[in-house]
Design a protein. Structure first.
Length: 120
């Protein structure tokens, strides 16, 4: 029978194979994956008698460090870019805005068709 997280306290030292089964019961991560996180410095471990141990609390901290920030929708990013790029009081035509947005999106660094740097 596979161990469950309910079987251990947060601070119980667990061998990596047991920790993987307890913390990730549906799979998706392996002992090798935990070792990679150890190498990256995101998973805290103890080396006791030549064996690696970790805790469910350490895995919870690792998961926090591994979280990917939510992306801001492209429309909001475009508005923010426009707000930063255009000085207050200066007007930009819709064509200039669209050209600058497309240039930024497709990696032309905000340059217009003639190769000149756009206002945005």
């Amino acid at each position: 029978m596979d161990p469950s997280a309910r079987d251990f306290s947060e601070d119980t030292p667990l061998r990596l194979d047991v920790a993987v089964k307890a913390a990730f019961p549906a799979g998706g991560i392996t002992v090798a994956g935990l070792r990679k996180e150890i190498a990256k410095g995101r998973l805290e471990v103890e080396l006791i008698a030549g064996k690696l141990f970790t805790t469910l609390a350490a895995i919870a901290r690792m998961r926090e460090l591994c979280k990917v920030p939510r992306r801001i929708p492209e429309e909001i990013q475009s508005r923010r870019r426009l707000a930063r790029a255009v000085p207050v009081g200066e007007e930009v035509s819709m064509e200039e805005f669209i050209a600058a947005t497309l240039n930024n999106k497709f990696g032309r660094g905000g340059r217009n068709a003639e190769g000149k740097k756009s206002k945005l």
